[in-house]
Design a protein around this ligand. Sequence first.
Ligand code: NCD
Length: 324
Amino acid sequence: MSTFKIAHPMSADHFDNGFYGQDILSVSQFDRSNLDYIFTVADEMRILVERFGSADLLHGKILANLFYEPSTRTSSSFMAAMQRLGGQVIPINGVQYSSVSKGESLPDTVRTLECYSDIIVIRHPEMGAAATAARYASKPVINAGDGPGEHPTQALLDLFTIQEALHQVNGLKVAMVGDLKYGRTVHSLTKLLLNYEVSFDFVSPDFLRMPEDVLEQVRKSGHAFRETENVHEVIGNADVLYVTRVQKERFTDLAVYDRVKDFYVVDETLMKAAKEKMIVMHPLPRVNEISYAIDDDPRAAYFRQMRNGMYVRMALLAAVLGKA
Ligand code: NCD
């Protein structure tokens, strides 16, 4: 993975920030020091956007935004991030209109797009697809979700939002609720949080439990966790309630989906049992998991998450292109 991807040697106008020319495929690439660096830059990006709207840091750079799965937030925040930094975007949001529908392979599509761009963002339904793309590409590749695998940039914006809301991460009790089996955001966020002293409650129907490989990493790093089906057991203690959508598109049997889809609904009654300073998070889109009635509760952090996504992605793009 850590092959240096940029053809030109390091020059005075490129910063060696540890991300320059690198693929971003997994949260395992992050530690406390490079997280602090990305979040400091993301804070600067927020100020930049609030004061000036845009800058020309990435002027002349082109991002290929290649989405094989539906997306609203991830796709448009990467596009906005690139454009607010003065760069441009090749948007491929409907692969059905590209040569993919003629049967073109992922390696050939990636080899094509890198001729026209400086960096590739990819979302794909298969686990490992971003790593495959990165193997074939000589330009940096950012994983924007590989099936039920990982979604590292979402985990970064989630962690950034937790820090912003609660000011520190050590000592937090994090409850993750819903589809922990197929939800790639909870896989990435759990692994990323292992950099901190937190404890976990994994709340799901038995069929949708957190995968064993993720649990194994939690165990190995010595973090406390508990698994339960009952959200009422954890609500009173949680500092972060991270709610997920049941990932309908990953089910082969829709009858099973129908049985689990409305297992948890965060509503005003549940919120009454929660701490006053708890935050409710959701990567969005929500289906029925969070009642609209709590959108105005100050503890609802999901709209802040999506706003922060752009700042964090601006920071990452600038870092990988050597301009942060
Ligand atoms: C998530 C995803 O695509 O994994 N969405 C997102 O990127 N914000 C969560 C989901 O689709 O449920």
